[in-house]
Design a protein around this ligand. Structure first.
Ligand code: AHM
Ligand code: MG
Length: 336
């Protein structure tokens, strides 16, 4: 413990390097960490705290909400809304943006989050996570509107996730590399355990929901066919496959040992009028910033995700991210 560095110490040191930093960002990251500790506690108690199973409600995406989706969303809103560091928040679970509570001070940041990603895994006791992204609120605006959130991913001040797995890990970037912190449950602090995480450029592991194969476009079909063909195919090597169905866990695996993760556009999604499965602002943008900061790449197959100008807060996009050379190959197949 005497040699270890807490998340708060780490952020304070980072902020000292920036002239004019007021400490507000450090306090915001502290609030986000507190929310993730509270969500982690709920997730860990499972049936003991009666947080498994579905609630009676649907979210804005028309998906049935899990009890833990609602609890996680409430925790994020409550912990981050009252302390004067955010000007407004947007959540995957809420139709409209959320203003800070009446009477609370307005901060200079916009906080965007998916409170419990992969929540279909809750009931089967498999990893879930929280994904977040911090943007700057436009200066001089008291009550931000949805339009103020529609900033491309390149504008993110910070992006991160908490993974609730065998242990709880928070991974974040402020645009200066990627660092991972493990929650020490005994003292209630996130401790720097994974400094300077990087993604190898090459990989032999892919992650995709293969049950959608018949709906894919030709470039994705070709890429996966070539991986599956293994040593005897055009790639001349065998590939391994993983699918946790929890984006946070897939990205964490890729940060740990490389890999490529894909949720491409397909004819089934198109027939529902959707531009992809994953949400640009809550999932694709924060994960793309983390992956790029770790030396990986992230595209829709056609363009860099971080360059996309969002049209609405709940917009969905195709996602291809991970080890650079594989992502570039998939993107190349889309150009042919
Ligand atoms: P969610 O935000 O409703 O939990 O959905 C997002 C999740 C991702 O974590 C995961 O990659 C994907 O949806 C799983 O999709 P599928 O159900 O096709 O396996
Ligand atoms: Mg999600």
């Amino acid at each position: 413990m005497l040699d270890s560095k807490t998340l708060t110490q780490f952020i304070i040191e980072e902020q000292r390097k920036i002239s004019g930093a007021t400490g507000e960002f450090t306090l915001l990251v502290n609030d986000i960490a507190t929310s993730c500790k509270a969500i982690s506690d709920g997730v860990n108690h499972g049936a003991l705290a009666d947080v498994l199973g579905s609630a009676e409600s649907e979210n804005v995406q028309g998906e049935t909400q899990k009890k833990m989706d609602i609890l996680s969303n409430d925790i994020m809103l409550h912990v981050n809304g009252h302390n004067g560091h955010v000007a407004a928040m947007a959540s995957e679970e809420l139709e409209e943006i959320s203003a800070v509570p009446q009477g609370a001070k307005h901060g200079k940041y916009l906080l965007v989050f998916d409170p419990l990603d992969g929540s279909s895994n809750m009931d089967i006791n498999v990893s879930v996570g929280t994904i977040f992204s911090v943007l700057r609120a436009p200066e001089g605006i008291e009550e931000p509107t949805e339009a103020d959130f529609l900033q491309p991913g390149t504008q993110q001040v910070c992006a991160g996730y908490a993974l609730y797995g065998p242990c709880t890990i928070m991974v974040l970037t402020t645009g200066n590399g990627v660092n991972g912190f493990t929650l020490d449950q005994d003292i209630g602090e996130f401790i720097l355990t994974h400094p300077n995480m990087t993604i190898p450029e090459d990989t032999q592991e892919f992650a995709i929901n293969m049950s959608n194969q018949r709906f894919w476009e030709a470039p994705i079909k070709r890429y996966i066919d070539e991986c599956v063909a293994g040593k005897e195919g055009p790639r001349g090597k065998d590939f391994n496959m993983r699918w946790v169905a929890s984006m946070v866990a897939e990205v964490h695996r890729i940060l740990t040992r490389g890999g490529i993760f894909m949720y491409p556009i397909d004819s089934k999604l198109k027939s529902k009028g959707q531009g992809g499965k994953l949400r640009l602002m809550y999932e694709a943008n924060p994960m793309s910033m983390i992956v790029e900061q770790a030396g990986g790449a992230s595209t829709t197959g056609r363009e860099r995700i971080l360059d996309i100008q969002p049209q609405e807060i709940h917009q969905r996009v195709p996602v291809v991210l991970g080890s650079k050379n594989e992502v570039e190959r998939v993107t190349g197949y889309h150009q042919q």
